[in-house]
Design a protein around this ligand. Structure first.
Ligand code: 5AD
Ligand code: SF4
Length: 456
């Protein structure tokens, strides 16, 4: 009888870096002889890759682990693993049998710099041995590992790991350790392989991607080298810090047609006083000047940002300054959060003095304003013709595709004869604040009069 291969189910929370890390882990387990499954019911190994950036992200994982407990009760053989930032931050709690009861069911706990040990620790867990590996590394970049990529169009490529910025609210420098970069040559080689496999988009990832450095090469050099591999591959990157957004990088983005004209540039707060307390290393004026320069150099650029509402000491005036940055810059999109105190961060020792209901009201005001701006900006797209990379079926209809513009706007349009991975020219005919809707046509084809009339 042939022994059945064991099956692994891995659920991912948090940032894109975690998505990319999960692909690394699945690659390692696959090589070790495990099959990957999307169905938790048939899994022998059940894992979560976790996020610690805000309290509610951790609560969701605790909730999920509670559900895994029922699975484990039914089948005690199952190996349960916790990976990622929570493994790093909460190692003691996760092994404590009393803490929310999850200690009893977690078999392996593995932090972001110890993924090479996943197969070994999971193998040992079959023999009842609990495993923990949470050491942070100054050098680990997983440069030589092959991630398991399940779709063939768009690839995440982690180019640097860790963060040295120490924003006072952020747990990342503690859960992911110091900055380190992969070599430029290995990244370019990976893109060459992806090009040969027919990939159409790569996103270079790092907690602080534009502080990438490999000897004499900086992030602009890396972007240029990656863009030159294959002009039919779109190049994106995330997430960047204003301090490392060099003129050279802005010019590089402007000068390569296949580098997407989209920049995610978190500003966090519109108040220079709060920015200082956050240790963001720039003030409001610096950020505004930087965005002006970006818009001047890359005229059709799309921008998105991150904002925190209710950081300690934030006043109504500080909050209004955040709203005014939104009005002045008019971002295409934003991720907006209530401040969440994180143990061990410098801000944790400040008094969390903005009451919960004030935080909620402020974040709602920010969200509402940004929604209105996103809608206005999306309406400006009506009648325009854009190039979309088809990424998959629309969530709402099997008759439609979804894909994104160069500026990262989601577009839904009828499938026609197009396939996933095609670049399609689409005229935008309808818009809401999150999505554009369009009609596709082939290159060189004239846009029908009635279509334009419909949007006029
Ligand atoms: N509370 C709220 N938001 C946070 N972020 C990071 N740490 C916290 C925190 N303690 C947000 C920042 C960052 C994004 C990834 O998450 O806006 O840019
Ligand atoms: Fe956290 Fe700041 Fe580093 Fe971003 S730059 S990961 S917010 S410490």
């Amino acid at each position: 009888m042939i022994a059945q291969k064991k099956k692994v189910y891995l659920e991912t929370y948090g940032c894109q870096m975690n998505v990319s890390d999960s692909e690394l882990v699945l690659g390692l387990l696959n090589k070790e002889g495990y099959d990957i499954t999307n169905s938790i019911e048939e899994a022998d190994v059940v894992m979560v890759n976790t996020c610690s950036v805000r309290e509610n992200a951790e609560q969701r994982v605790y909730g999920r682990l509670g559900e895994f407990k029922a699975l484990k009760n039914k089948n005690p053989e199952i190996v349960v693993g916790v990976l990622g930032c929570m493994a790093e931050r909460l190692r003691d709690k996760l092994t404590d049998e009393k803490a929310k009861g999850v200690g009893q069911i977690v078999d392996v706990i593995i932090g972001p710099d110890e993924y090479r040990k996943v197969p070994e620790l999971v193998n040992k867990a079959w023999h009842g041995e609990k495993g923990i590996a949470v050491r942070l590394s100054r050098v680990e970049t997983y440069d030589d590992l092959e991630p398991l990529r399940t779709e063939g169009i768009s690839a995440w490529i982690t180019v640097m790991r860790g963060c040295d910025k120490f924003c006072t609210f952020c747990v990342v420098p503690f859960t992911r350790g110091r900055e380190r970069s992969r070599t430029l040559t290995s990244i370019v080689h990976e893109v060459e392989l992806l090009s040969a496999r027919g990939f159409k988009e790569v996103t270079l990832l790092g907690q602080n991607v534009n502080s990438y450095r490999d000897g004499e090469y900086d992030f602009a050099d890396l972007m240029r080298s990656v863009a030159e591999v294959d002009s039919s591959i779109r190049v994106r990157f995330t997430t960047s810090h204003p301090q490392d957004m060099s003129d050279k990088l802005i010019k590089t983005i402007a000068s390569y047609p296949n580098i997407c004209k989209f920049i995610h540039l978190p500003f966090q707060s519109g108040s220079s006083r709060v920015l200082e307390a956050m240790n963001r290393t720039y003030d409001r004026e610096h950020y505004m000047r930087l965005v002006k320069k970006i818009k001047r150099t890359i005229p059709d650029v799309c921008l998105s940002t991150d904002i925190i509402a209710g950081f300690p000491t934030e006043t109504e005036d500080d909050h209004r300054q955040t709203l005014s940055v939104l009005n002045e810059i008019r971002f295409d999109g934003a991720f907006m959060f209530k401040y969440s105190p994180r143990e061990h961060t410098p801000a944790f020792t400040m008094v969390d003095d903005v009451p919960e209901e004030v935080k909620s009201r402020r974040v709602t005001e920010i969200v509402e304003l940004q929604k209105a701006i996103s809608l206005e900006k999306n309406r400006e797209m009506l009648g325009k013709t854009v190039e979309i990379l088809v990424e998959g079926e629309s969530k709402k209809s099997s008759l439609e595709w979804h894909g994104r513009t160069d500026g990262n706007k989601m577009v839904v349009f009828p499938k026609g004869d197009f396939s996933i991975g095609d670049y399609v020219t689409v005229t935008i005919v309808r818009a809401n604040s999150a999505t554009l809707f369009g009609e596709a046509h082939s290159y060189g084809e004239e846009i029908p009069e009635e279509l334009l009339a419909a949007v006029a």
